[in-house]
Design a protein around this ligand. Structure first.
Ligand code: ZN
Length: 623
């Protein structure tokens, strides 16, 4: 094609033609070359975006989220016997017999208590980020009062003192919310959405999940790898390691002079502790999780309203830790990852409470000029997994398209226009948490980033979003199974077709095969719907053994994927399962990662929560 165009241009030069025609042809050649250089396309490749995302409606009916039904909690001040100032606390009441209990320890283990008696107006240096104050009057004991703050840690300060400060140092703040799709974020947090736009932020529209639940997104975002590619850290694996073995990005950032912080609420469904062994050592310089594990913390907030913590909402408390971290290290390079679940994990009734709090945080960071040197990433992990909305075709797509946005400082826009251009080009491209990991890494070396992207090819899985993602990239190129891919063209199939009945039976047989003896066997109740996708080119599928995927094989043709929505008894479950059918051999294949549970299982799987947490969506406990 290229040779042909060159000869056409030569011909045009020899002919008495208008210059404008030459200009048009030259421009199209240049355009073609530019795209070639960015995505390593061959001459015959079409320059179209290969991933076609379905058109979704923002005003989606049947969401189960009605803004007028939102109940706003009224939070009241509670008894608070100490004041925190300059990394110290002091008792402010007379005639109270109080002591502070600091918690000293590491990771997700039990912490040692160091108790100090308090005297009114005497400052006590704060030894741990979380602590409680216990007071007794002569007759009436007060409930323990929990506190969270940022301690002044000499070791951290000494380390940071050796870091050379530079004018273009960038802080990174990531604030994630659980279970909100991109569109639901816009519906539920309209002020935040508008604020991101006002700050020239970018919201990705083709950002796709990589599997079921939170860790399947957060592990690749923070490590650049899938859980199955990393050493086993499963509770039930006697030889498993603590998650400390993962190559977390905060380790890289700490090595590059950053002070680091991490917080996550909802520790009973902890990202690193529900199925995994948690941290042996504290992962970041400041770590809020142990605060949430204190019995005093749950007692303090479960009083009148679980959404309140004293006069603040629990989300304001969560953000106040980030704010304190920012203030405590005003002169240092900072990285903080906060992930908040309480208002959105089990429904959206209180979700809109998040909106003003996030805008207020952004305003405060803006007023203190922190946004001049901070990259803010507001995001979610996946859309709703269980709800009436999830049962609709749009709900199924929304689960797979979460929220991912970037607010970059004005100076960054001025200094790296090519990176901004690439990021904006990528808005409609197929992107994943792997790319966010690569983007975070590239923020450390922006001067080395080249947007010509000579090395990028279609099968590269982690691509910085400051490079242009190849237009032809699809789920297939990064080996994302069709079950999770939001840009495939599925065709409806009649549920009475023999192959659908066979595939549905295969799914239930498969579930029964992997269920533990503590769970009742399932029977197929009904098939609610089915659709198919025929892979027209090489496709790689996961090979699974003992629940850990060991490798891949390639099949060339005759493969059809069936996605079936079915119900089972006795657990009254609704499943959406993807089954791979190899027409040449008649072989059916599925695995537990490609089966979504579309209604909540609540406490029905409690008997295996520790032993087989990955089977919770299938198990209906015998006892
Ligand atoms: Zn989640």
């Amino acid at each position: 094609m290229f040779r042909c165009l060159i000869s056409s241009v030569r011909f045009l030069f020899r002919s008495p033609v208008k210059l404008s025609i030459i200009a048009i042809i030259t421009l199209s050649v240049l355009r073609s070359l530019r795209i070639n250089s960015n995505s390593i396309l061959t001459e015959t490749d079409e320059i179209v975006e290969a991933c076609h995302f379905p058109k979704l409606s923002l005003s989606f009916q049947g969401l189960g989220f009605m803004p007028h039904k939102i109940i706003r909690p009224v939070c009241y001040s509670k008894f608070s016997p100490v004041i925190i100032q300059n990394y110290s606390l002091r008792l402010i009441y007379k005639r109270l017999n109080c002591s502070v209990r600091f918690y000293l320890g590491h990771g997700d283990h039990f912490y040692r208590v160091k108790s100090i008696s308090l005297v009114r107006d005497v400052n006590i240096p704060i030894l741990s980020d979380h602590f409680i104050v216990r007071c007794n009057q002569t007759s009436t004991p007060h409930p323990d009062v929990p506190y969270i703050t940022i301690r002044n840690d000499k070791k951290i300060r000494q380390r940071l003192a050796t870091v050379r400060k530079q004018n273009d140092d960038l802080n990174i703040l990531i604030l994630g919310l659980d279970s909100i799709s991109r569109l639901q974020y816009e519906r539920m947090l309209p002020k935040t959405h508008a604020h991101i736009k006002k700050l020239n932020g970018t919201i990705l529209k083709g950002y796709n999940i990589l599997g079921d639940g939170t860790p399947a997104q957060v592990i690749p975002m923070l490590t650049g790898m899938l859980e199955r590619e990393l050493p086993s850290t499963l509770h039930r694996d006697a030889n498993g390691s603590f998650v400390d073995v993962y190559p977390f990005i905060w380790n890289t950032l700490r090595d590059r002079g950053y002070v680091t912080g991490y917080s996550e609420d909802g520790t009973q469904i902890g990202i690193w502790t529900l199925r995994l062994k948690g941290f042996n050592q504290t992962p970041t310089d400041h770590y809020m999780l142990p605060f949430y594990r204190l019995p005093a913390t749950s007692a303090y907030r479960s009083g009148q309203n679980p959404y309140c913590f004293g006069k603040q909402t629990t989300f304001e408390l969560f953000l106040s830790y980030i704010q304190r971290f920012w203030t405590a290290y005003s002169k240092d390079k900072k990285f903080f990852f906060g992930f908040f679940k309480q208002y959105t994990h089990d429904g959206y009734e209180y979700g809109s409470l998040l909106d003003s709090s996030i805008v207020n945080l952004l305003d405060r960071l803006s007023k203190s000029r922190e946004l001049d040197r901070t990259v803010v990433i507001l995001m979610s992990d996946h859309g709703a997994r269980f709800s009436s909305a999830r049962l609709t075709p749009q709900g199924a797509i929304e689960e797979r398209l979460p929220f991912m946005s970037f607010i970059l400082p004005e100076s960054f826009h001025r200094k790296y226009p090519h990176a901004i251009n690439a990021l904006q080009t990528n808005i409609n491209r197929f992107t994943t948490p792997f790319d966010v990991h690569a983007t975070l890494l590239s923020l450390l070396d922006m001067n080395k980033l080249t947007t010509t992207a000579k090395d990028i090819n279609l099968t590269q899985r982690n691509i910085s979003l400051f490079n242009i993602i190849p237009a032809q990239r699809t789920c297939d190129h990064i080996r994302l199974p069709p079950h999770w891919c939001s840009c495939l063209k599925w065709t409806k199939v009649n549920v009475n077709e023999e192959i659908i009945k066979k595939a549905a039976k295969h799914v239930v047989d498969y579930i029964n095969k992997i269920l533990s003896a503590q769970c009742r066997p399932l029977t197929l109740e009904s098939i609610r719907g089915a659709q198919m996708y025929r892979s027209h080119k090489n496709f790689s599928a996961s090979v699974q053994r003992g629940f850990r995927v060991l490798g891949h094989w390639n099949q060339t043709d005759g493969i059809i994927f069936y996605q079936i929505t079915l119900t089972t008894k006795p657990n009254d479950a609704i499943y959406e399962a993807t089954v791979q059918y190899t027409a040449n051999t008649g072989h059916l294949n599925t695995n537990h990662n490609d089966i979504s549970r579309l209604n909540a299982y609540k406490t029905s799987a409690d008997c295996i929560v520790r032993s087989y947490p990955h089977l919770r969506k299938f198990c209906f406990c015998i006892k």
